[in-house]
Every structure is written in structure tokens, then in C-alpha cells.
Design a protein around this ligand. Structure first.
Ligand code: C2E
Ligand code: C2E
Length: 171
């Protein structure tokens, strides 16, 4: 049984945090990182050519692809890493106590897991998926959820431009 509070914080389709909740978690994690002097890295993940998935396989299959992506994220992350759905096919992961170079390894693990485990629609049909990932590490002082997100999202944009299915750091 889910409480009302959980329903208001979760994405209905995938059960990961919704945007409102992940924004709150970003805010409190940035504050904690500043207070303790620990690193914090944000990962922004976007499914490549997701529109083609919907167009080719239909929206019900598109939904399965989104749920599959969140399953892979959860299988590859620690309990305290926070996963949220930010938009249609865009997800964010907050990695507490994790610097950019550790985050790189985590992002690569996720990127390759998704590439090598297609979403299963039926016995006869699977959907191959790839993701592009942008990373940004909190800078001490005046970081906000928006400034952190924008840097990771810019790195994601670069990953898309360079040909997708890759991980890029914010510079
Ligand atoms: P590794 O897989 O090369 O990870 C290196 C470091 O990246 C880890 O150091 C940790 O700081 C960070 N890291 C990797 N994956 C994650 C993740 O999913 N979430 C977060 N928040 N951080 C992550 P650490 O903790 O000292 O671990 C050293 C090594 O121990 C890891 O090297 C890995 O080989 C192993 N290890 C630790 N915990 C686990 C685990 O839960 N499952 C597996 N399969 N291996 C683990
Ligand atoms: P968990 O910490 O919640 O991690 C869940 C899954 O995230 C792990 O499943 C693994 O696929 C991935 N993961 C997390 N951290 C790392 C990492 O540093 N490197 C790599 N390569 N993968 C990571 P897995 O391996 O089946 O582990 C299940 C649970 O067993 C973990 O849940 C954790 O509670 C425990 N565990 C496994 N290995 C270690 C370890 O080396 N040290 C500690 N302290 N716990 C471990």
C-alpha cells in the first residue's frame, strides 16, 4: 500500500521519484554536500531516439522501454543513489559522496548495461535501446539545483551531438 505522500512523490509509470521530489532532493543534497565538504555528482540520462521507439513499436511498448530503463538504473545503483524522471524520456540520478571520476565509471556501467540488455516486449519482440549521459559535479559555494542541472544537461547535449550512446562530463 502506497501512502498519499509517496503517490505525490513518485512517477506513476516507473515508480522512481518525480520531478518535484528530485528537485527537493537535489536542493537538500547540495546543501549537505556544502556543509560536509563531500562531493556530489548529478547524472542526466536521455534515451536515444525515443520518438522512433514510440513511432515504431507504439506507445505501450514505449512505456515498457521507460520502465525497463528505470529497472536497469536501479539494478546498477546503490540504495542511497536517487533516481528521478525529469521529463518524457529524461532521467536524473543524484550520486551522493561521488566525485566525477567515480561517476564516470557508474555512468559507463549504466550505458553499457542498457546497450546490452534490450527491453523485452514479448517472446518475439525486443527493443534495442541506448542512452546518452551528461555528468556535472557540484562546485562549492553557489551551486543551485538549476545551475547543476544545466551543466549536466549541457554535457548531455554534447553527448547527443557527438553521436549518442556515450557519457560526457561537464567541463
Ligand atoms: P568500482 O566499481 O570500480 O567503483 C569505484 C568507486 O566508484 C566506488 O568505490 C564508489 O566510490 C563509486 N561507485 C561505483 N559504483 C557506484 C554506485 O552505483 N553508486 C555510488 N554512489 N558510487 C559508486 P568504493 O565504494 O570504494 O568501491 C570499491 C570497489 O568495490 C568498486 O569498484 C567495486 O569493485 C566494489 N564494490 C563496492 N560496492 C559494490 C556493490 O554494491 N556491488 C558491486 N558489484 N561491487 C561493489
Ligand atoms: P547496493 O549497494 O544497493 O548496490 C546495488 C547494485 O548497484 C549492485 O548490485 C551493483 O550492481 C551496483 N553497484 C553498486 N555499487 C557498485 C560499485 O561500487 N561497483 C560496481 N561495479 N557496481 C556497483 P550487487 O553487486 O548485486 O550488490 C547487491 C548488494 O550487495 C549491494 O546493494 C550491497 O548492499 C552489497 N554489496 C555488494 N558488493 C559489496 C561491496 O563490495 N561492499 C559492500 N559494502 N556491499 C556490497
Amino acid at each position: 500500500e502506497q501512502t498519499l505522500n509517496q503517490l505525490a512523490s513518485r512517477d506513476a509509470l516507473t515508480q522512481c521519484w518525480n520531478r518535484r521530489m528530485i528537485d527537493e532532493l537535489m536542493s537538500s543534497s547540495i546543501a549537505e554536500s556544502n556543509r560536509k565538504g563531500t562531493p556530489l555528482t548529478l547524472m542526466v540520462i536521455d534515451i536515444d531516439h525515443f520518438k522512433n521507439v514510440n513511432d515504431t513499436y507504439g506507445h505501450a511498448s514505449g512505456d515498457i522501454a521507460l520502465k525497463h530503463t528505470v529497472d536497469i538504473l536501479n539494478q546498477n545503483l546503490r540504495e542511497y543513489d536517487q533516481v528521478g524522471r525529469y521529463g518524457g524520456e529524461e532521467f536524473v540520478v543524484l550520486l551522493p559522496s561521488t566525485d566525477k571520476s567515480s561517476a564516470w565509471g557508474i555512468a559507463e556501467r549504466i550505458r553499457s548495461s542498457i546497450q546490452y540488455s534490450p527491453a523485452i516486449i514479448s517472446d518475439a519482440e525486443t527493443i534495442p535501446l541506448t542512452v546518452s549521459i551528461g555528468l556535472a559535479e557540484v562546485r562549492n559555494g553557489n551551486e543551485t539545483p538549476l545551475s547543476l542541472f544545466e551543466r549536466a544537461d549541457k554535457a548531455l547535449y554534447t553527448a547527443k551531438q557527438k553521436g549518442r550512446n556515450r557519457v560526457i562530463f561537464d567541463d
